[in-house]
Design a protein around this ligand. Structure first.
Ligand code: UD1
Length: 419
């Protein structure tokens, strides 16, 4: 376990390069199983979640070379279609291996991922979609066993635009006979990146980024090379870090389009934003105005993965903000920690009312999930005095590469200690 010690009150200033997207790289790594050959993937962030998935790939028989931020995955030959249980329990998104392994080998056995810190997280939509393609699924004793004789393209209407379900269905459907159409698909940028990677391996997918994705099945795949998109949530977290400390930051290697839902809220609260091709500059005033309403929604709505960080920001803004978390059931665990710092937050189910105060004060805190942990770091950067953040299960490191080092480079007084 690690702990962050932060002496707050320093304005962040300088330039930061945003790493590759965690949520794009995980399905792309799963997709690298499909071509039965070599995939060269650049801009991979060095994160705990990436090493968990890489270990699974090696464990089932892939050869993996990871050098700097480039990974070469060789998925040639027979692989083990029984996915080891531990990584799936440790990292829920390992379920993304299901569609890829199944599409290539007609069989997969994977343990049920179960709930996590932010809610129950069912996978019924993943399974419903795969069943529609002709997969026979047996769920027993905590395992899911999937197999089929023939995978046949079908029209699948998702009841909710789930990111994981859209990805798992795409990963299986690329190998199906005929055409699959996913209606009400998730529209997140990470889905477009998965489409782009899969198409480089020989798949025939169109429509990602819209709510209708069309996949023409094939059995001809080949080697591919790809560069992962920048992480919009990491970028959003640094923008919010600048905003909360009254600082000025230049973010490099970003895609402005992906940040629009967040940028509009930052402008509403009083930040000045300059947008260039792959660069964005944020200047924050001394004190921000509260944003009346923050409702999390699937992309292109305000991202649930930025709700916690934005709550830290609003806790010292001028006025009252109302948050409505529509995506996950249990995603306000950071609120009780912010209250320890003096924040005035009232929770009622999926709604949080935040009355902005002038200053937060340093406290002894615990990161209970990844983004909630990042939110506490931001709050501590702005607070008066010293905060100690227990990074339980290394939550924060699951999603931010060298977070403490990069923040220190921008002027933060932060140290990480291993306990
Ligand atoms: C992905 C992201 C996560 C982000 C989330 C929403 C990755 C690795 N993780 O998670 O960071 O917060 O999208 O943007 O990309 N649901 C069901 N049944 C299902 C699937 C989902 O009811 O079969 C529900 C979930 O419980 C949740 C909502 O749908 O309430 C959204 O989940 P989903 O879009 O699937 O998120 P993930 O893919 O798990």
């Amino acid at each position: 376990m690690s702990k962050f010690i932060i002496n707050g009150g320093k304005k962040l200033e300088g330039e930061v390069k945003v790493e590759g997207s965690k949520n794009a790289v995980l399905p792309i790594l799963a997709a690298s199983l499909i071509n039965g050959g070599e995939s060269i993937i650049h801009n991979i962030p060095r994160l705990k979640d990436v090493s968990i998935l890489t270990n699974v790939l090696e464990n089932i028989g892939c050869k993996v070379l990871f050098n700097g931020n480039t990974m070469v995955v060789n998925s040639k030959g027979e692989l083990n279609t029984n996915i080891p249980e531990r990584p799936v329990k440790e990292m829920r998104s390992s379920i993304i291996l299901m569609g890829a392994v199944l599409g290539r080998f007609k069989h997969v056995r994977i343990s049920y991922p179960g709930g996590c810190e932010i809610g129950p997280r069912p996978i019924d939509l993943h399974l419903k979609g795969l069943r529609k393609l002709g997969v026979n699924i047996i769920e027993s004793h905590g395992y899911i066993v999937c197999q089929y004789d023939k995978l046949i393209g079908k029209e699948i209407h998702l009841d909710y635009p789930s990111v994981g379900a859209t990805e798992n269905i795409m990963l299986a459907a690329v190998s199906a006979e005929g055409t699959t159409i996913i209606q009400n698909a998730a529209r997140e940028p990470e889905i477009i990146d998965l489409q782009n990677f899969l198409n480089k391996t020989g798949a025939k997918i169109t429509g990602a980024g819209s709510s209708t994705i069309k996949i023409l099945g094939t059995n001809r795949f080949h080697n591919a090379e790809h560069t992962v998109i920048p992480d919009r949530i990491v970028a959003g977290t640094y923008l919010t870090a600048a905003a909360i400390t009254g600082g000025k930051l230049v973010l490099q290697d970003i895609i402005v389009e992906h940040l629009k839902p967040l940028i509009s809220k930052l402008i509403e609260s009083g930040c000045k934003i300059e947008k260039y091709d792959k660069t964005i500059i944020i200047k924050s005033p001394k004190r921000l105005n509260a944003v009346e309403m923050i409702r999390t929604l699937p992309y292109p709505g305000f991202p649930t993965d930025m709700q916690a960080q934005f709550m830290s920001l609003m806790s010292i803004a001028k006025g009252t903000s109302v948050f409505v978390e529509t995506v996950f059931e249990n995603r306000y665990k950071h609120a009780e920690e912010l209250v320890k710092m003096g924040a005035k937050i009232k929770l009622d189910g999926r709604t949080a009312v935040v009355r902005g105060i002038r200053k937060l004060t340093g406290a002894q805190l615990t990161a209970k999930d990844l983004r909630g942990g990042a939110a506490l770091v931001l709050a501590a950067l702005a607070a008066e005095g010293v905060s100690y953040i227990d990074n339980n299960d290394n939550h924060i490191e699951r999603g931010y590469e060298d977070f403490d080092i990069k923040l220190k480079g921008l002027g933060a007084d932060i140290i990480k200690v291993i306990v």
